[in-house]
Design a protein around this ligand. Structure first.
Ligand code: SAM
Length: 299
């Protein structure tokens, strides 16, 4: 091993890695080299690996000459598997929790296991590393500012449209994960709900051979994707600019109107909101009316 790597490995080794702890370890999102020395050290030290897909993780570990017993902890068995993990931890084992790719618990299994370990009063040690979320944001630029991470949108068109309508005035940039077979319809739904003028960053196949980052307006996004079938392949992260200033004000008004509507008629709500905000009573009346209608439909 080169001298510098040796020194860094010593750094990783120098830390205290208590027995009976769960280590939450990020793994690469494409390029197998994107794993930290500390992650490798902990994976080599662990007595057992709690993995979303044990075969997938064994293949990754084999590339680093590591082979360990494993427990499958996935979306469908996380609660029951957590009990087994806790038994092993109580017996003094070090267990490393990994998902298929990236950081566990971020649109991936891991969060319930972490809750169970914390509830059992056992130590939890997170190791930082790759995530499609932070990798995208690192190359997104200043158009984002603050952001909200939404993970995957609902897959059914009606639920997706309703989720996006609720986000239409959200002041922060919105970050989504998306699958290739839905990417075109999702960008179309985003343009319909948020308007075509906002900027979107389409990050595809990060850290892999066909990595690409494309920024355009929401109106342009579906046709850009459709112009070349290759642009619709692989894994995606979408970052959409937050609502423009006038919509942010509308969002603040919506919050006030929604609260007032809990106790008052639409007319009184508009009158009081106009006094408090100085905005047009007529515009507030129209908005309060549509909120009241939407809430009745949802009930
Ligand atoms: N826990 C992972 C993380 O930290 O990024 C995310 C897991 S989630 C099940 C998988 C989704 O993350 C994919 O559908 C895609 O939206 C996004 N993703 C994962 N790897 C990616 C990559 N290399 N390029 C772009 N998006 C990726």
């Amino acid at each position: 091993m080169p001298a510098l790597m040796l020194q860094l490995s010593e750094l990783a080794e120098a830390q205290n890695y208590p027995a009976g702890a769960l280590y939450v370890v990020a793994t690469p999102i494409g390029n197998a080299a994107d794993i930290t020395l500390r992650a490798l050290h902990v994976l080599a030290l662990a007595d057992r690996i709690a993995a979303e897909d044990t075969r997938n993780t064994s293949q990754l570990l084999a590339r680093y000459g590591i082979s360990k017993p494993s427990i499958a902890v996935h979306e469908h068995n996380e609660r029951s598997a957590a009990e087994r993990v806790i038994e092993h931890l109580r017996a003094g084992e070090r267990i490393a929790c990994v998902s298929d790719a990236g950081t566990p618990g971020i649109s991936d299994p891991g969060a319930r296991l972490v809750d169970a370990v914390r509830d059992a009063g056992l130590p939890l040690i997170p190791l930082p590393g790759a995530s499609a979320l932070t990798t995208t944001l690192s190359a997104a630029g200043a158009f984002i500012g603050r952001f909200s991470f939404l993970g995957f949108l609902p897959t059914k068109a009606k639920q997706r449209a309703s989720a996006l309508t609720k986000l239409a005035h959200h002041p922060q940039a919105l970050v989504f994960y998306e699958a290739p077979h839905r990417i075109v319809e999702t960008t179309r739904a985003l343009a319909d709900a948020l308007g075509g003028e906002r900027q979107i960053l389409i990050a595809r196949e990060l850290t892999k051979l066909h990595e690409s980052l494309h920024r355009c307006t929401l109106a342009e996004a579906p046709s850009w994707l459709e112009a070349d079938a290759n642009r619709q392949r692989g894994e995606f992260v979408l970052v959409v600019e937050g609502a423009p200033e006038q919509e942010k004000a509308a969002d603040a008004h919506d919050a006030l109107l929604t609260t007032l509507l809990e106790k008052l008629s639409v007319k009184s709500t508009a009158r009081i909101a106009a006094t408090l905000t100085g905005a047009s009573r007529h515009a507030l009346y129209e908005r309060a009316l549509s909120i009241a209608k939407r809430d009745t439909e949802e009930e």
